[in-house]
Each structure stands twice: as C-alpha cells, then as structure tokens.
Design a protein. Structure first.
Length: 174
C-alpha cells in the first residue's frame, strides 16, 4: 500500500446494481481492474452492538492510489449498507483508513464521541465502521494494520498500475 498509514485510502459506495456500477467506474472513469469478492465471509458482525449477518459482495479496484469499493447487500437484514439506502442516502457510504495502531485509533474515536455502527472480522482481522452520518454524511471505516489487509490492498493497487483495460472484473484471489 503506497498511501501513508492513517490517511484516507478508500471511497466506498453501496450500489443497487453491481453490473451498472462496475460499468460506470470501468468504462466512464477508467478505474480498475476490479476484484470481486462474492458473498464476503464477514465474521463476528455486530450492528450497533447487536449480532448481524449481512450478506454482501464487494468489488475493489483502484483509481490511481485511491481504492474504490462497490458493495451490494443480498439479504434484507438491518445493516450499515441496507439502512443507508432506507434512510434515503446516496453517494459515498464510507471512507476507509488503516491507522498505524488500530486499537489506539478505535479508542480515540470512542473518546471523541463516535459510535461503532458496524464491527466485523475478515479472516480474523478486525474492522469497524464509525457512525459519522450526522457530521459528514457517511461512515468512517478503520481496518486493522495487518498483513491480510495490507497484502490485499497492495495487490489491487499494483494491478491498477499500467492496466491496459483488459480483464476488468476478476475474482478476488484466495
């Protein structure tokens, strides 16, 4: 990952039509390639403190050094994704950051009055969305500073460098 730790690394959008969103980002804006993670294996989900089981698929690609995440929810459970639309919100769903020290950053957000809206693990690595809807209109996502996330983000960023437009949608490697 070439972005310094703790800087905004990702813009994310919840979409109603993944194919249409991918077409726009790839063919209109030139971002990509995008890596698809179908039915992302999110673990230990908690939505405002309550157990959750949001079934989502994500597409991750880069526009320069900025990662673009497109998210679609497949089931009707309460979540930061479904409820964003239900509240009539559109546009940026969240910005993502990887702090140097995840636990310290998490605590700093709590101490400034931010509420964790959605907590999860992916491959055992924690991530959290803080509710900043009333201040900036979207969530703030923090990822743990670990090899799983760093390697995935670097792979996506490297694929975008010099990308020639071929093979624009790819499966996420295991």
């Amino acid at each position: 990952m070439t972005q310094p730790l703790g800087t905004i690394r990702q813009l994310a959008y919840v979409v109603e039509d993944m194919d249409k969103a991918l077409d726009y980002w790839i063919n209109t804006l030139g971002a990509g390639p995008f890596f698809m993670l179908e039915h992302a294996p999110l673990e230990n989900q908690r939505y405002y403190g309550q157990p959750s089981n949001a079934d989502i698929s994500v597409a991750l690609g880069n526009s320069g050094n900025l990662q673009i995440e497109l998210i679609i929810q497949h089931n009707a459970v309460d979540s930061v994704y479904r409820d964003f639309f239900a509240a009539g919100r559109v546009g940026v769903h969240h910005v993502g950051l990887m702090p140097e020290d995840y636990e310290a950053a998490y605590q700093r957000y709590i101490e400034t009055g931010q509420k964790p809206a959605f907590e999860l693990t992916l491959g055992g690595a924690p991530a959290v969305y803080f509710d900043a809807l009333d201040t900036v209109g979207h969530y703030i996502e923090l990822w743990d500073n670990n090899t799983l996330f760093k390697d995935m983000f670097l792979m996506i960023e490297e694929a975008a460098k010099g990308w020639d437009g071929r093979d624009p949608i790819r499966p996420m490697p295991d």
